[in-house]
Design a protein around this ligand. Structure first.
Ligand code: PLP
Length: 216
């Protein structure tokens, strides 16, 4: 935990960015309470999960024991799980299509308070990945933020595996800047230092903190 924080701060300093400019999201997917509690005890409060179901099983107890937890949904969200997601997550990073935006608006009209939102961009234009295509991002951002009044804070991406991520991180930053968004959720265990150099404000780190994950 301390080592990871040191690495993030060193990368921040190397990039001549202000101290603590980068927020660590500890990605606890597949890990149980026994693994998560030591990280909470070390003071970490911001966590990421990629499945609504798993978060519902894991986090209510942990939240009761550790006040101040902030939970980010970093995996795809089906519209039939929106209600559950709103009940359990403080931030949804995977807003990526009109149907989901419309479902959020319906919940708001029904009285729900919406979480903070990031729009996921399919930055490598990969068919197997979720996210709005880079070429469609401006229109989608405008629709969500300006027409629907959704509080979009920033953009999130997962760059293609086995390619130089810097190119993709830079591109995400350009899309954010062109659209007046200040926050960038990018960088995982293998590439968060590169992401910090490219302007990440949020890094999502799992295995470098919790250890190796069993395949799902
Ligand atoms: C699992 C996951 C991470 C963390 O991955 P690591 O390589 O274990 O750090 C980050 N972002 C998303 C969207 C994930 O699904």
């Amino acid at each position: 935990m301390a080592t990871l924080r040191d690495r993030i701060e060193a990368a921040t300093q190397n990039a001549s960015r202000p101290a603590r400019a980068v927020t660590l999201i500890a990605v606890s997917k597949t890990f149980g309470a026994d693994d998560v509690v030591p990280v909470l005890e070390a003071g970490q409060r911001i966590f990421g999960e990629n499945r609504v179901q798993e978060a519902m099983a894991k986090w209510p107890d942990l939240r009761a024991r550790f006040p101040g937890v902030e939970l980010h949904l970093i995996g795809p969200l089906q519209t039939n799980k929106v209600k559950d997601a709103l009940a359990h997550f403080d931030v949804i990073q995977t807003l990526d299509r009109d149907r989901l935006a419309d479902a959020l608006v319906r919940e708001r009209e029904a009285g729900a308070s919406l979480p903070r939102l990031f729009i996921q961009v399919n930055i490598g234009e990969e068919p197997q990945k979720a996210g709005v295509l880079p070429g469609d991002a401006a229109v989608f951002i405008r629709r969500c933020r300006d027409e629907l009044g959704l509080g979009v804070e920033g953009l999130m991406c997962i760059p293609p595996a086995d390619k130089n991520p810097a190119l993709y991180f830079t591109r995400l930053g350009e899309i954010a800047q062109a659209n007046g968004l200040a926050r960038l959720s990018m960088g995982m265990s293998g590439d968060f230092e590169t992401a910090v150099a490219c302007g990440a404000t949020h890094v999502r780190v799992g295995s470098a903190l919790f250890g190796h994950r069993e395949a799902l």
